[in-house]
Design a protein around this ligand. Structure first.
Ligand SMILES: [Zn+2]
Length: 176
């Protein structure tokens, strides 16, 4: 399966993803391919909609652990809101400060079908929240002030043109 990173403007990035039903060898293979794509693109996270698949899963690497996160839920937000600069493989070249809770308590299924519940903080919690947002069709530029967004308006407009064109060529990918 040849996976291409989708760019803002692709409608799949704005869809609400649906639950993953089967975690089998074929699915694990897909996770491996996505992991390769993420590392190749120098990303720290990659959500399924970003490769054209509207399903609830993502991969992330905070520099300590590679996590394969399936059907995640954020159970609780912890600590104060903190500002941190974010970027996104689907919005290349744009980096903006985003305010989010410092910590979260989450639940998800891993690639072996095991239920994981854990508390995440700082950088790990940041990546998780960013990727989790992708599954609901939310992008980090939606979370910044209108004034901040205005500064990158032109750049985003250009990217969206590219993203829409790419979307027409690639379409949405279906998995079982
Ligand atoms: Zn992203």
């Amino acid at each position: 399966m040849d996976l291409k990173v989708r760019i803002i403007g692709d409608p799949v990035l704005r869809k609400k993803a649906t639950k993953v039903e089967n975690i089998d060898d074929k699915f694990r293979e897909l996770l491996d391919i996505m992991t390769e794509v993420m590392y190749k693109e120098d990303g720290v996270g990659l959500a399924a909609p970003q490769v054209g698949i509207s399903k609830k899963f993502f991969i992330m690497d905070d520099g300590k652990n590679l996590r394969k996160v399936i059907n995640p839920e954020i159970l609780e937000f912890l600590g104060d809101e903190v500002i941190f600069e974010e970027g996104c493989l689907s919005i290349p070249g744009i980096f903006l400060n985003v305010k989010r809770p410092e910590g979260i308590r989450v639940k998800y299924t891993n690639e072996n079908g095991e239920e994981i519940e854990e508390e995440l903080h700082e950088y790990t919690a940041r990546i998780f929240q960013h990727e989790y947002d992708h599954l609901g069709g939310t992008l980090f530029i939606d979370k910044v002030s209108t004034a901040t967004k205005a500064k990158v308006k032109g750049k985003i407009k250009d990217l969206m043109k590219e993203g829409r064109k790419l979307a027409k060529e690639l379409g949405e990918l279906e998995i079982k």
